[in-house]
Design a protein around this ligand. Structure first.
Ligand SMILES: [Zn+2]
Length: 86
């Protein structure tokens, strides 16, 4: 059954390869607390990765901190910091 009414609106989609990426490498600053020495540390999270886990050495006590950073549906950044050898 074909509808011969209004013409279908043409959806213009730019081909992905042609879309110039804004290439924003703006990192999201956040503060975590070292699970070893409880110092507050500033970390920078790449917002293009919605869910990431990485190890960063504490700037104060140099122990490896397992950082889990993720963005929720409201683009809110969440962070957890845990001892790497847990
Ligand atoms: Zn520390």
């Amino acid at each position: 059954m074909l509808s011969s009414g209004a013409p279908a609106p043409q959806q213009v989609l730019a081909p992905l390869s042609h879309t110039p990426k804004p290439a924003k490498t703006m990192l999201e600053p956040a503060v975590i607390q070292c699970p070893y020495c409880w110092e507050q540390l500033e970390v920078f999270v790449d917002p293009s990765v919605r869910d990431q886990e990485y190890v960063e050495d504490c700037q104060v006590c140099c122990q490896p901190i397992l950082i889990h950073a993720w963005f929720d549906a409201d683009d809110q950044l969440h962070l957890t910091a845990a001892p790497e050898n847990d």
